[in-house]
Design a binder for this molecule. Structure first.
Ligand code: ADP
Ligand code: ADP
Length: 232
């Protein structure tokens, strides 16, 4: 599904050169759930941005769903991103004066699906996150955890090959965090491929596979036996 080989991302200023990712390799198969941890400044965002086709890299190879991204134009990259990747952010990034329905619809409109197809996808996605009955609500009428579930529905509606989640429970109290983690685990059981950045070691341990980045390099790689979900 995702293959990064010897990827380096180098930020250069006049005096300093930072290897935000340094000879980093990772392969993720369809259906996996991977947690990425590491201290602040270690390269997690850089990894996620490259994986999500939001940032370029300087060395190495990256392919997603069998497509090598090297040499693709910006247009080709954004098409690939829209088709293959769903993003979940710490801050949900919902549009405050759009209903839940319209929030989930936004990226679908952008991709040019017809109304019937969009409606099917929106209803199905909101159903999956348990918010179908509230599709006419505004985000402000929901709890933080519910808002994050709307953001997850928006990502799912694109029917992505890969879900990338950046600290998805970072703004939530522990109960709501647990509910969002349970949802991610359920989606993964149904076949979703998920890569999640988290700085919570306990949360990472609830995820089957862990990758730790320090100074742009993979420093630890563990695979856990399936276990019951406990996100806090
Ligand atoms: P994390 O997400 O783990 O906190 P980042 O990927 O944001 O880490 O950063 C990795 C390293 O790259 C850090 O040393 C950071 O200062 C540096 N870095 C990130 N973005 C930039 C940038 N746009 N310009 C210069 N240096 C950057
Ligand atoms: P435009 O820039 O033409 O107004 P949009 O802002 O609707 O287009 O979206 C630009 C692209 O970024 C779309 O592919 C959309 O799916 C994506 N996008 C925008 N905002 C988000 C978000 N909060 N979460 C995920 N994807 C987003």
């Amino acid at each position: 599904m995702l293959s990064m080989q010897n990827v380096s991302r180098i930020y250069r200023t006049e005096t300093i050169q930072t290897h935000a990712l340094n000879d980093f390799s990772l392969s993720v198969n369809a259906g996996e759930f991977v947690a990425v941890t590491g201290p602040s400044g270690s390269g997690k965002s850089t990894f996620l941005n490259i994986a999500g086709l939001l940032d370029q890299f300087d060395e190495g190879e990256y392919s997603i769903d069998g497509v090598s991204v090297k040499g693709l134009s910006d247009n080709q990259l954004s098409r690939l991103r829209n088709e293959k990747i769903g993003f979940i952010f710490q801050n949900y990034n919902l549009i405050p004066d759009y209903s839940l329905f319209d929030n989930v619809d936004m990226p679908l409109r952008y991709r040019g699906f017809n109304g019937k197809e969009r409606k099917r996808r929106i209803e199905e996605a909101l159903e999956k996150v348990g918010l179908a009955s509230r599709m006419n609500y505004l985000p402000s009428q929901l709890s933080g955890g519910q808002q994050q579930r709307v953001a997850i529905a928006r990502a799912l509606a694109g029917e992505p090959k890969l879900l990338l989640a950046d600290e998805p429970t970072g703004n939530l109290d522990s109960l709501m965090a647990r509910q969002v983690m349970e949802l991610l685990h359920d989606l993964n059981k149904d076949g979703a491929t998920i890569i999640m950045v988290t700085h919570d070691p306990d949360q990472a341990r609830s995820v089957p596979r862990n990758v730790q980045i320090i100074d742009g390099q993979m420093t630890d790689h563990r695979v856990y036996q399936p276990q019951s979900v406990s996100a806090s």
